[in-house]
Design a binder for this molecule. Structure first.
Ligand SMILES: C[S@@+](CC[C@H](N)C(=O)[O-])C[C@H]1O[C@@H](n2cnc3c(N)ncnc32)[C@H](O)[C@@H]1O
Ligand SMILES: Nc1nc2[nH]cc(C(=O)O)c2c(=O)[nH]1
Ligand code: SF4
Ligand SMILES: [Mg+2]
Length: 214
């Protein structure tokens, strides 16, 4: 049984593929936080910007098979888009708690390219076309290669220098989104400064938050 918080058609907001039309599938649950506010301060990952509890979001639910979930996700891709490769992004919560080869195969069979947004602490099934790893301080990486490494910055115990020798095609820093505004601005300024001083790294803005889309 797959547990999906929500699924929606939008533009990828982050990283190397920002701007690309995508079906997002947000799985329920994470191995680094319960998702409950009262547990945030003691969690391994404390800055999460996402509600991933339950299956009650838009187009969410429980799906008994890879076939059923892949059909559901395909229904969210617009029919008139034959020139563009259908693209699905599995995220969460932590997608690698649930994503398996059967679901990847089912998406491929329906013509989709398959992307994943993961914290990198769990092994990945075979067949992923685009792997984005976003390391979290105080965790160790099970995934040390992939397409993009997208580090939220700054994180006290996860400086970018720790990751530069890993086997990724793209290295992005994404400013830590938080309140109040003054702190958010400080994180943005620090991220810009780091990318200017270290050209191996590129800036990833969360463009969906700027445009106000999902
Ligand atoms: C909600 S996570 C879900 C996927 C997976 N659990 C992970 O952490 O990569 C999706 C992306 O949002 C990033 N993210 C989460 N909270 C953020 C925040 N407050 N500011 C900036 N990026 C954030 C994560 O690092 C990750 O790259
Ligand atoms: N538009 C949009 N792009 C995204 N890229 C990564 C996201 C995520 O929450 O994993 C995300 C998201 O929630 N919305
Ligand atoms: S690992 Fe990802 S989903 Fe889990 S709490 Fe952190 S940012 Fe949120
Ligand atoms: Mg998000």
């Amino acid at each position: 049984m797959y547990h999906v918080k929500e699924a929606f058609y939008t533009l990828q907001g982050e990283g190397a593929r920002a701007g690309r039309a995508s079906v997002f599938c947000r799985f329920s649950g994470c191995n680094l936080w319960s998702g409950r506010e009262q547990d945030r301060a003691s969690a391994a990952c404390r800055f999460c910007d996402t509600d991933f509890i339950g299956t009650d979001g838009q187009h969410g639910g429980r799906f008994a098979s890879a076939d059923a979930l892949s059909e559901h996700l395909m229904s969210l891709w617009p029919e008139a888009q034959e020139r563009a490769a259908p693209y699905v992004v599995f995220t969460g919560g932590e997608p690698l708690l649930q994503l398996d080869e059967a679901l990847i195969d089912a998406m491929h069979a329906r013509g989709f390219e398959v992307a994943v947004e993961t914290n990198g602490t769990l092994p990945a099934p075979a067949g992923i076309d685009w792997l984005c790893v976003s390391p979290k301080a105080a965790t160790s990486l099970a995934l040390t290669r992939g397409d993009e490494l997208k580090l939220v910055y700054p994180q006290q115990e996860a400086p970018p220098e720790r990751f530069t020798d890993l086997d990724f095609r793209h290295f992005y820093l994404q400013p830590l989104d938080t309140t109040p505004l003054a702190e958010r601005t400080r994180h943005l300024d620090a991220t810009v400064a780091y990318c200017l001083a270290n050209p191996q790294w590129r800036l990833s803005l969360q463009t969906h938050k700027i445009t106000g889309i999902d």
